[in-house]
Ligand binder design. Structure first.
Ligand code: ADP
Ligand code: ZN
Ligand code: MG
Length: 475
């Protein structure tokens, strides 16, 4: 049997950060009491009439232009009919065959379309404790219903779970830089569905796909796609056929379960929304959207490379997580751009400690962080001791110099007679290594430096220790 390759297409929904909903004047909701941000329009009461939100259209144009899409001079809304308790009208207002933007490309992955629609309400399933008369209860909060959404659909051109994750990271950074959405996956303002199929390497016909619904973290998306590729591989290799269906990935068990067999477009009985006029996109609207687009992450990464001397990976790591890029630039504000490479490396250390958190939300102020990097640069503190200082900064904040003083973490240098004594002790304790160094074997010095570092708990300056060892062995 020929080798199989994965084909992945993504559908991303992003909630727009407008003041009001897509088709009514209700303000968007951020944790208000349930059903307090509703009106006849977003509750789907008979006779209520929708009006499209101009700001949402502006945001959709910004997204489309940033992604290199073609903007339609005329686009219309459709009704997508289905019955579910989170959809009071019995249909969602969306766009169908005349979306506001189509085509486009981001980092080599082509886009199919970018369109506007409204979010559904939120169903809340009350757990065990909420059981009434032995049955489980579900309630609906209509606050979310009608929130503006932009849906971004890629062509099936992503090649692996890791590629999907990396690309989504860049897409999120792009949306974030536009300021059109909070792009928070845990809170649901960014949601991604992954379509997955397999085909023999070297063929171009697409295999039957399945759809993984609404995964709420990049890590789960990567793991879910990997699990689904493996499931399909087993089916195909054992001679079976993949069935088109919608699946749920449970990150805790790693299992995939079927939600429903996939519906076709005709199941939704799309028809043009008669209560809304078409969107006629004028040149002025396009110029206004273009004018609101600032520096995009791909350009930012290029700038970090060209102007600040970062390597390509380092530049992307910062630029593709916009909050890291922002923090980086704030730190440079206090250290000066000449320390960019060191600051970028130390942000790697910070990320190792704070994970996905935004550094701006941690105890480590950009000023304190910059001061620490400068202290390492001037050798006032060794790398190992600076990592200890960073642990303290993350845990409780504060000023690096004060932490160094309070904990005695300052570098041991030649000025402290101590260091020479410690070096002498290390030489005396390891005659065989000392002999080899004396004989010109430079590698053997590692054992002596290591002994000094252990004794000083990493506070000694490595270059200084090396010099002292050579000096003492030469006499
Ligand atoms: P549907 O009508 O089922 O929603 P679409 O053609 O609208 O399918 O595509 C939805 C998403 O699925 C797009 O991101 C597209 O790139 C992707 N996709 C379509 N066919 C395949 C396939 N065979 N394998 C993987 N992804 C696919
Ligand atoms: Zn409303
Ligand atoms: Mg579709």
């Amino acid at each position: 049997m020929s080798e199989l390759e994965a084909v992945i297409g993504l559908e991303i929904h992003t909630q727009l950060k407008t003041r009001t909903k897509m088709f009514c004047g209700c303000e968007l909701s951020f944790g208000e009491p349930p059903n307090t941000r509703t009106c006849p329009v977003c509750l789907g009461l008979p006779g209520a009439l929708p009006v499209a939100n101009a700001r949402a259209i502006h945001f959709a144009l910004m997204i489309g232009l940033a992604l290199g899409c073609e903007v339609a001079p005329r686009s219309i809304f459709h009704r997508k009919n289905y019955f579910y308790p989170d959809l009071p009208k019995g249909y969602q207002i969306s766009q169908y065959d005349e979306p506001i933007c189509s085509g486009g490309e981001l980092a080599g992955v082509r886009l199919h379309r970018v369109h506007l629609e409204e979010d559904a309400a939120k169903l809340i399933h009350v757990g065990e404790s909420g059981r009434i008369h032995g049955s489980q209860r579900s309630v609906v909060d209509f606050n979310r219903g009608g929130t503006p959404l932009v849906e971004i659909v890629t062509e099936p051109e992503l090649r692996s779970p890791g590629h999907a994750r990396e690309w989504l990271t860049l897409l999120r950074a792009t949306l974030r830089s536009l300021g059109v959405s909070d792009v928070n996956m845990e809170e649901g303002s960014l949601r991604a569905d992954a379509n997955v199929s397999l085909r023999p390497v070297g063929t171009s016909v697409l295999g039957t796909k399945t759809e993984l619904k609404n995964m709420n973290s990049f890590r789960f998306i990567e793991r879910g796609i990997a699990a689904e590729i493996e499931r399909q591989r087993q089916i195909i290799e054992s001679g079976g056929a993949v069935e088109q269906e919608t699946l749920h990935f449970d990150p805790s068990s790693g299992r995939l379960s079927s939600l429903r067999s996939k519906e076709e477009a005709e199941d939704y009985r799309y028809f043009p929304e008669p209560d809304l006029i078409p969107i006629a996109t004028t040149d002025e609207m396009v110029s206004a959207a273009r004018a609101d687009i600032g520096e995009l992450p791909l350009d930012r990464a290029k700038r970090f490379e060209a102007d600040l001397g970062l390597n390509a990976d380092g530049a992307r790591n910062l630029a593709f997580r916009g909050e890291l890029g922002d923090y980086f630039e704030r730190v440079l504000g206090s250290t000066g751009a000449e320390h960019a490479v060191a600051v970028a490396n130390w942000i790697g250390q910070l990320v190792a400690r704070i994970g996905d958190a935004d550094p701006a939300d941690t105890n480590v102020t950009p000023q304190a962080f910059g001061a620490l990097v400068m202290l390492v640069g001037s050798r006032a503190v060794s790398g190992a001791a600076a990592r200890e200082v960073l642990d303290v900064l993350v845990a409780e904040g504060g000023d690096p110099q004060a932490i160094i003083d309070a904990r005695g973490l300052g570098s041991l240098s030649r000025k402290d007679g101590d260091l020479a004594t410690i070096v002498a002790r290390a030489i005396a304790a390891d005659p065989s290594a000392s002999e080899r160094v004396r004989a010109g074997n430079d590698k053997a010095i590692g054992a002596l430096v290591g002994a000094v570092m252990r004794e000083t708990r990493g506070r000694a300056d490595g270059a200084e220790v090396t010099r002292l060892i050579h000096e003492q062995l030469a006499t």
